[in-house]
Design a protein around this ligand. Structure first.
Ligand code: MG
Length: 201
């Protein structure tokens, strides 16, 4: 299983990062070792002074595919959940400045939280989602605000990388990203359903 993560897929988030929208999706990978184990907290790593949360809709691939036409993308997923793309923002800034890859900032152990519960895509009409930090809403979005929708993402990514069953696609974060510290609690919602709760230790 691999994580495929899309960058700059919401206009307001691109703006807050001082970036513009690109012609094609930007993506990067996280290895399966990024996954936070069930019921485990996030432990603050010692290599960063600025860990950020990025809440994102996550789609699960159900069929092997390569070079998928956008018109057929729907055949390759049927479930959507919510996750956090944890980012060592200080290291990412350094990588960008030096023109280096992002792995140390994006792909470290426990950099991916995925909700246990996934919704059947056909059971949900309007996909609103939000993130609460210590009980206050810090991020909210709707799937229809994405610059590149999941069908376009699947088509683009599969030109380069074969999609396999169980792969998870993180579709980018809306505005409001920010840092976490020890003692914080993060809760994710899809519409009115709480789909994860995570303690920072
Ligand atoms: Mg992200």
């Amino acid at each position: 299983m691999k994580f495929i993560c899309i960058g700059r897929n919401y206009l307001e988030h691109a703006k807050e990062m001082g970036k513009s929208i690109t012609k094609d999706p930007i993506f990067f990978l996280k290895p399966d070792t990024s996954l936070i184990a069930k019921n485990q907290p996030f432990f603050m790593p010692d290599f960063s002074k600025n860990i950020h949360y990025e809440v994102e809709l996550v789609y699960k691939i159900k069929k092997v595919g390569k070079s998928i036409d956008t018109a057929f993308s729907k055949d390759y997923y049927d479930k959507v959940g919510l996750g956090i793309d944890f980012t060592a923002r200080d290291l990412q800034t350094k990588c960008k400045t030096n023109g280096n890859p992002w792995e140390i900032a994006k792909s470290f152990d426990q950099s991916a939280l995925v909700s246990e519960h996934f919704f059947d895509i056909n059971s949900i009409k309007d996909l609103n989602f939000s993130l609460l930090k210590n009980g206050e809403t810090v991020q909210k979005g709707n799937a229809n605000e994405m610059v590149f929708n999941i069908d376009q993402i699947i088509s683009f990514v599969s030109k380069f990388i074969t999609l396999k069953i169980g792969d998870l696609i993180f579709t980018g974060t809306p505005s409001g990203v920010g840092s976490v510290k020890i003692g914080d609690k993060l809760e994710g919602f899809i519409n009115d359903t709480r789909v994860f709760s995570l303690n920072i230790k």
